[in-house]
Design a binder for this molecule. Structure first.
Ligand SMILES: [Zn+2]
Length: 251
């Protein structure tokens, strides 16, 4: 990356972050309970609950909304992570946050990981399970079907292509997804898979980043799980173990 390009990126970040802090100061909440004077610097993980406000995302047959399930799961995952990491949420209530602001939040605080949380949605009610995505450019992606996340991205307000920022973290992001998948799949009642996909919500993240669809909200069993605190706690514990593995074991 050239210095000129770096300077332009810095300016873009600065403008965006002025917007973040002047227009939406409540959009960022540090979920970590630890005091800021902690002598040990914790790694920072940004959790990004998808959708919000008028953007409901997908809807389950029992009327569960994806935006609600994503936020609830992010809160449970934040609880699982907060003793080991500093956790920041891109939204903490039911309001809309545009895609650029989500990754700008993570970039501004030099987060170590960015994890976007969604659910899957399909007219096929049998479609189910946890799906994880890392960023892969469209030309090289093996991405065949369109997940719900793509619908979000098409409706996004992102004007400036940041297509090369996440690209340099592609291998690390894929490795992160693999560590998480390995932990999720340790017992047969959980099932996760991984795909590369050109997801715009990950495109601007300047750190390893994955999008997790934490079950299909249109699948009756998955929808029930997404309203079950013990299931969410178990799934969150597995995701945390995968994140721990990533920091401890990756080469
Ligand atoms: Zn979604």
């Amino acid at each position: 990356m050239t210095e000129g390009y770096r300077s332009i990126l810095f300016k873009i970040h600065t403008v965006i972050l002025l917007g973040v802090f002047l227009l939406a100061p409540c959009a960022i909440e540090r979920a970590a309970a630890g005091p800021s004077t902690d002598s040990i610097q914790k790694r920072i993980i940004v959790l990004d609950p998808g959708h919000g406000g008028y953007d409901n995302g997908a809807k389950g047959s029992e009327a569960t909304l994806e935006k609600t399930a994503a936020l609830e799961f992010a809160r449970v995952l934040a609880e699982a992570l907060k003793n080991s990491y500093e956790v920041v949420l891109t939204r903490t209530d039911d309001y809309r946050v545009d895609l650029l602001t989500r990754t700008a939040t993570a970039n501004h605080i030099n987060a170590d990981l960015f994890i976007s949380i969604h659910t899957g949605g399909s007219f096929l009610h049998q479609a189910g399970g946890i799906s994880m995505y890392y960023y892969e450019k469209a030309s090289t992606s093996a991405f065949g079907s369109e997940p719900d996340a793509m619908e979000t991205l098409k409706r996004g307000t992102l004007q400036t292509p940041w297509s090369d920022i996440q690209n340099k973290h592609r291998d690390a992001s894929k490795t992160l997804a693999e560590f998480i998948m390995s932990r999720i799949n340790q017992t047969p009642e959980f099932k996760a898979d991984i795909q590369g996909a050109p997801l715009m919500v990950l495109e601007g993240a300047d750190m390893p980043a994955v999008l997790i669809e934490i079950g299909y909200i249109t699948n009756p069993v998955d929808e029930k799980n997404l309203n079950d605190i013990s299931w969410m706690t178990d799934a969150s514990s597995r995701i945390k173990s995968g994140i721990d593995d990533f920091f401890e074991k990756r080469q």
